[in-house]
Each structure stands twice: as structure tokens, then as C-alpha cells.
Design a protein around this ligand. Structure first.
Ligand SMILES: *Cc1c(COP(=O)(O)O)cnc(C)c1O
Length: 430
């Protein structure tokens, strides 16, 4: 019966069977992910109960938003969950880049230096920092930047970091996820080691972690190992697929207050900012986030193992531990990359009938192809894939609101690769 349904959805018996074979070897990994989700589900629930979330918290405010009990309680929930003094969780924070820019711009002053001890930050931060010239960058405000690259093997360059810390090094930005680079993603334990090292050299350095894509992949978060601030997007993991917008900053009271005064206005800070109608999705999304993240993790591992066995290079490898939800697959040819994205699109609940095509996206030096059929526009916690049309023709794949949907999307991508002749050996396999 199951196979009949897959057939009805365009998956051939060979592709289905190949998927089942791959899955059979992943049982232990999946059990481990379910354990993490189970722990994190209780962690979220405990924070909600401890903060006495009530029905009244689900109502919104308008106008100035004074005394918005739902907003203030949600921030208390985030602070409790991340074990921090304070939190800022707002629909007025438009995306992850905005949240990161806010945290940086509000905690740095002219003459200060920003340090990235983990190499190049996420693309969009280049303009925030001023690595690429931009209006209103940190550089324009007299805030300098220094970067220490990771070593060839992905480890920290301890000596380089020591030498890069000066009296005006005010803040270190640590990106947990590899994003769209090929370096390994950092575990929370590694981040803890790095923070301890930074603080041993300069005790008052503010350690900020870009937590995008990392939330709930482990049972601890960077704020549990010494991070002064953790920053992320609500249309990724912690929004659970339900939050339609938003970002968060959790951490030390001073750091979060600085961000609040910058987001609204000096003097007003967290007191204003109406929540309108978004709070139910923020609460419910956070409640679902541990299991949604688990589904996305299973999807990434399934895709890695499926395509690795077919001879493609996958990053991380099929057996690597996971600290974020992104999976890269190198196809080596444009056809492979395009076929994969077509399959993901055809598996979507929204816009499944359109065919994605490479286009000249502003800011990129090659064409880019993207597949996304999401309920929340651009939400990368939903099943999505994209990649630049240039060697090594790598696709970056992530998300899936449920494991079952992620599985179907990956099988659909493989079916499309078979159809286009990108994968042929599959049919001969036992
Ligand atoms: C997605 C992401 C960002 C930026 O978030 P946007 O919501 O796309 O602006 C920053 N850092 C990392 C590591 C990310 O994955």
C-alpha cells in the first residue's frame, strides 16, 4: 500500500526500494535524533510552564504595544530556555541578518574592533561589517574588523587568535553553522572551548554566537557554554515553521538592553513594539521547533547517505555528526544540480507545478537556481534547495517541516536525477 502511494506520487519502485535500503542503515542515528528532540521538547515545555504562559499571552497588542504581556512572557520563555538573563524576540526584527546587525551595531562603539576567530562570516554580514562597502556599515562608524581563518583541517588557529586580540577588541562573533561554506559546523562544545580561550586572554570580551540553523540540533545551546549573546532567525529552526517573520537575541542583560535601545529608541527599549497577531505562531512554533528540527536533521542525513552511496561528494559526509541542518551535495554537472532542485520543487505543498530555472541573482557572479514551495516565503526550515551554477555544482539543501515530507522530497529529487540521466547506476544496484 505504501509503495502504491509513492507510485501515485511519481516515485518508481526502484527509487523507493533504494531509499528503504538506505534508511535501514540509519536506524541508530535516527534514534539518537529522536532522543535529542525528546529532551528539547521537555526543555521548551518547562520554560513555558515556568514562565506561566497563559491564554492571555496569545492575544496581541497594537499601537505602542505597552504592557504587551504575551510579548514580554515570550521573551521570558526564550531567556529561560537559553538560560540567559534577558531576551529580545520580535516581529520587528525582520530576518537573521537584521538580528545579527542589531546585536553588533548596538554593542560596538566607534574605535572598537570586531573579531571573527572562525573565518569569513555569512555572506550578508560582509556588508554589515564593511568587508564589502555598504551604506551604514560598522566600518563607516569607525568600527574595525579582524578575522582569523580556521586552519586547513577546520580547527581553531589558537596562536593566530591570541595575536589578533588587542585592547580595543570588544566583541568576538562566532558562527556556529558553516552556512554555505565547506568548513565543518562547530559543535556547542567546540564553541565553549573557543569562548573559554578568548576570555582567558581578554576576560571582558563579548562573545556573540550566530546561532542560525543550529538551534535544537543538540541538547545544549551556546549560551550554556559561556556565550554572552546568541542570535538567530525565527524563519529557521526556532520558529518551528509557523513563525511568519522575526528574529531573537538572547544573552546578558546589558547586551540585550543595548539591542533593544537600538531596535526601538534610546529611552524606549523593550517597552514598545506591538506584537499585532503573531504571538500564537511564535509560541506554537517554538513548541514544535524541537521535532521540526529533528525532521530536518533526518532529511539531511538521509540525503547525505543516499547520494554518497551513488558516488557524489556530500558535505558533511553520511556518517558525520550533525550540528546544523544544511546538507551540501556536489553534482559536478549543471544537470545534476538542476535536476535535484526540480525534484525538490515538485515535492512541495505550494507551487509544486512550477519548474525552477537558473537566473542572474543580484550580487552573485554566476547564475543561481532555487527550489522552494513554502508556506512562509523564503523560510529555509521548510524543504528548500539552492546552488550556484558553477563548479563543483553543489546544491545546498535544508529543512522539511516533517521527516516524511523531507524523505519524499529527497526521493523526488533522486527520481528526477534518474529521469534526466544524472543517476543511472542505481537501477543495477541490489
Ligand atoms: C541564514 C543565516 C543568516 C542570515 O539570516 P537571514 O534570515 O537569511 O538574513 C546568518 N548566518 C547564518 C549562519 C545563516 O544560516
Amino acid at each position: 500500500m505504501m509503495q502504491d502511494m509513492y507510485t501515485a506520487m511519481g516515485i518508481s519502485p526502484e527509487v523507493y526500494e533504494y531509499g528503504e535500503q538506505t534508511l535501514a542503515s540509519l536506524k541508530d542515528r535516527f534514534d539518537e535524533i529522536d532522543k535529542t528532540a525528546e529532551y528539547n521538547q521537555l526543555k521548551v515545555l518547562k520554560a513555558m510552564q515556568d514562565c506561566r504562559v497563559s491564554e492571555a499571552c496569545l492575544l496581541g497588542t497594537t499601537g505602542y504595544g505597552y504592557n504587551d504581556i504575551g510579548r514580554d512572557t515570550l521573551e521570558a520563555v526564550y531567556a529561560s530556555l537559553f538560560h540567559t538573563e534577558a531576551a529580545l524576540v520580535r516581529p520587528q526584527i525582520t530576518c537573521g541578518t537584521h538580528a545579527l546587525a542589531l546585536a553588533l551595531m548596538s554593542n560596538l562603539r566607534p574605535g572598537d574592533e570586531l573579531l571573527s576567530p572562525v573565518g569569513k562570516p555569512y555572506d550578508t554580514l560582509e556588508e554589515v561589517i564593511g568587508i564589502r562597502e555598504s551604506r551604514g556599515s560598522l566600518k563607516e562608524y569607525g568600527i574595525s574588523y579582524r578575522q582569523v581563518d580556521l586552519k586547513e583541517d577546520g580547527s581553531f588557529d589558537w596562536e593566530g587568535i591570541r595575536n589578533a586580540i588587542h585592547p580595543n577588541t570588544k566583541l568576538a562573533t562566532i558562527q556556529r553553522s558553516k552556512g554555505y561554506q565547506t568548513r565543518p559546523t562547530l559543535s556547542v562544545e567546540q564553541i565553549g572551548e573557543l569562548i573559554a580561550f578568548l576570555k582567558s586572554i581578554k576576560p571582558d570580551i563579548i562573545c556573540m554566537v550566530d546561532n542560525c540553523y543550529g538551534e535544537f540540533t543538540q541538547t545544549i545551546e551556546p549560551t550554556d557554554v559561556g556565550a554572552d549573546m546568541c542570535v538567530g532567525s525565527l524563519i529557521k529552526n526556532p520558529g518551528g515553521g509557523l513563525a511568519p517573520i522575526g528574529g531573537y537575541i538572547v544573552g546578558k542583560k546589558d547586551c540585550v538592553e543595548n539591542a533593544a535601545f537600538r531596535l526601538t529608541s534610546p529611552g524606549l527599549g523593550r517597552e514598545v513594539g506591538a506584537s499585532l497577531q503573531v504571538l500564537p505562531s511564535f509560541y506554537q512554533g517554538l513548541f514544535l521547533a524541537p521535532t521540526v528540527t529533528a525532521g530536518a536533521l533526518k532529511g539531511a542525513i538521509f540525503a547525505a547517505n543516499l547520494y554518497e552511496a551513488l558516488g557524489f561528494k556530500v558535505v558533511p559526509s553520511g556518517d558525520a555528526p550533525r550540528y546544523d541542518i544544511i546538507q551540501a551535495i556536489e553534482f559536478g554537472t549543471p544537470e545534476g544540480l538542476i535536476s535535484f532542485c526540480e525534484g525538490i520543487q515538485y515535492a512541495a505543498p505550494v507551487d509544486s507545478f512550477v519548474t525552477p530555472e537558473p537566473w542572474d541573482m543580484p550580487g552573485y557572479d554566476s547564475q543561481v537556481i532555487m527550489a522552494a514551495g513554502a508556506f512562509v516565503s523564503g523560510a529555509s526550515i521548510e524543504l528548500s534547495a539552492d546552488g550556484p551554477i558553477k563548479p563543483p555544482y553543489a546544491v545546498y539543501f535544508q529543512g522539511g517541516l516533517t521527516w516524511q515530507h523531507a524523505k519524499f522530497g529527497i526521493l523526488k529529487s533522486l527520481q528526477q536525477c534518474v529521469k534526466k540521466g544524472v543517476v543511472s547506476a542505481l537501477l543495477c544496484q541490489k
